[in-house]
Design a protein. Structure first.
Length: 274
């Protein structure tokens, strides 16, 4: 994602120009991982609304009003909160809903990080709009360090093809075009099948490409895979399988650095290096 800057404006993922906000804002975030980022930028006192899926940081968010889900926003409640800014994401929020929100909210900030490094631009965009440049730069430096660590692990081990499960009945995986796949690739895990669309393909266990997979991961979200599913998948796939924390692979924002370090440690552990 390219972010253009000048003295007065920043540009978001769809080319919309935003002024640097003077004074306290009234922010509603419709993206769970970016709600966490808002808090980590020191903007909790300006956060007036969130979705029911915005759960981190848990104790801080408890008193913040909910406005429905990421796909089914309660527009009446949102309007009552009188936000100055609403944060949305191209993949997580419905375009029709975002367009309706833009009719009564002055500033709708659209995001679309497609790989971990894209978070650097998101940090700086939010930091500049809301006057949190120092906090944003601190997060950027931490992410750059985590990226370097993860890439070093990936470069030091042979690439490994993995199947990343997100759903059961039907069984579903992730395409190469997803943020999850890009995050896994940072540590040398190539998600399979090697396709870009559909983004979340359903498959059967007799698919020919499964023979090229070395390992299977069962994500904790959106389907809540448990230990009991691991043995089932190992039989179906004929490959080693393990649970993986879905927040560490799919949440962008300030969680990205933590996620990369988690994946680097997991890659080393499964390779017998720690």
């Amino acid at each position: 994602m390219m972010i253009e800057t000048d003295e007065n404006f920043l540009v978001d993922a769809v080319g919309r120009r935003h002024a640097r906000h003077a004074g306290p804002a009234r922010i509603v975030s419709l993206v769970p991982s970016l709600t966490e980022l808002v808090c980590d930028l020191g903007l909790t006192d300006q956060l007036v609304g969130r979705t029911g899926f915005c759960t981190h940081p848990r104790e801080i968010l408890k008193p913040i009003p909910k406005v429905g889900g990421t796909k089914d926003v309660n527009l009446v409640r949102l309007r009552e909160l009188a936000p100055t800014h609403v944060i949305v994401n191209i993949d997580e929020n419905r375009r029709e809903c975002v367009e309706e929100i833009a009719e009564f909210v002055p500033h709708v900030i659209v995001t679309h990080p497609c790989a971990p490094e894209d978070n650097l631009a998101v940090f700086r965009l939010f930091g500049a709009i809301f006057g949190r440049e120092a906090e944003a730069e601190s997060l950027a430096l931490d992410l750059q360090a985590a990226l370097a660590e993860a890439r070093a692990v990936g470069a030091g081990l042979p690439p490994e093809r993995v199947l990343y499960l997100i759903w059961r009945d039907p069984w579903m995986s992730v395409a190469r075009s997803t943020y999850i796949s890009a995050t896994l690739a940072t540590v040398g895990w190539q998600s399979w099948p090697a396709e870009d669309v559909p983004r979340y393909p359903a498959f059967e266990w007799d698919a020919p490409w499964l023979g090229e997979v070395s390992r299977v991961f069962l994500s904790s979200e959106p389907y809540s895979f448990r230990d009991k599913h691991v043995a089932e998948v190992e039989v179906l796939a004929g490959r080693p399988a393990a649970l993986i924390d879905g927040e560490m692979t799919s949440w962008y924002g300030s969680r990205a650095a933590t996620g990369l370090r988690y994946l680097a440690a997991l890659r080393r552990s499964l390779a017998g290096l720690e």
